[in-house]
Write a protein that binds this ligand. Structure first.
Ligand code: ATP
Ligand SMILES: Cc1cn([C@H]2C[C@H](O)[C@@H](COP(=O)(O)O)O2)c(=O)[nH]c1=O
Length: 217
């Protein structure tokens, strides 16, 4: 077998889950992993910020330590670089399906939309961090859980102490949602929009239909 041939015999695929906090991603990502494994795929389940020992340490800082917006942007992209190099790219190279709870769209939505940080700088960081021999690494499919910010806030409730993002007000999450909508409008073929305001079963049905429609699933 050539060293470039994936060990599974089929190319790896990269699927990200996106949405504002409380939109329902975590409730469905495991179910999608189980569904894809039942169809014979190797599935790698991971998250951002995080996914490697270094990136998980950066996650703790980003979620809990006060910092300025540029520091925050640099840390989420530093975590992403380590995650890509150590975990995502090797999994894709051996033909796995990588399911990632958040990726770069979150940086544009939270740092760009929520914080109002310079989109040109985020574009530059995206180029630096995600460029490789095959071009710019992007998800093959992004499942976007769209939900009004007020509904997401109700769902988050007061179950646990909020992190630096969860502690933000409704206006912040409305800007984050607008940031996601802008990313979707810029690359609609990559996005599968899910109406996350529906009951769980209906949300899952949309995900299953969207993923089933991909020839590689
Ligand atoms: N379709 C749904 N209808 C009602 N409640 C839901 C639905 N989906 C998830 N929930 C509930 O909403 C809350 C948030 O869901 P979940 O943790 O999956 O969101 P999330 O997008 O992963 O959030 P975060 O990004 O903050 O981790 C949970 O209490 C979950 O049980
Ligand atoms: C990747 C990424 C994430 N964030 C924010 C978004 C969330 O509030 C947290 C992660 O928490 P979750 O419960 O695991 O969803 O981090 C961000 O601001 N920028 C990013 O690039």
């Amino acid at each position: 077998m050539s060293p470039l041939q994936p060990s599974s015999g089929r190319p790896g695929r990269f699927i990200s889950f996106e949405g504002i906090d409380g939109a329902g991603k975590s409730s469905h990502i495991e179910a999608l992993a189980t569904w894809l494994r039942a169809r014979g795929h190797e599935v790698v389940l991971t998250r951002e910020p995080g996914g490697t020992p270094l990136a998980e340490r950066l996650r703790e800082l980003v979620l809990h330590v006060p910092m300025d917006p540029l520091t925050e942007a640099l840390l989420v992209f530093a975590a992403r670089r380590d995650h890509l190099v150590q975990h995502i790219e090797p999994a894709l190279a051996r033909g796995a399906l990588v399911l990632c709870d958040r990726f770069t769209d979150a940086s544009f939505a939270y740092q760009g939309g929520g914080r109002g940080f310079d989109l040109a700088v985020l574009n530059q960081l995206e180029q630096w961090v995600q460029s490789g021999p095959a071009g710019l690494r992007q998800p093959d499919l992004t499942v976007w859980f769209e939900l009004p910010a007020a509904t997401a806030a109700e769902r988050r409730g007061a179950a646990r102490a909020p992190d630096r993002f969860e502690a933000q007000d409704l206006a912040f999450f409305e800007r984050v949602a607008a940031g996601y909508a802008a990313r979707c409008a810029a690359d609609p073929a990559r996005f599968a929009r899910v109406d996350a305001s529906l009951p769980r079963e209906a949300v899952w049905a949309q995900i299953e239909a969207q993923v089933s429609a991909r020839p590689w699933a």
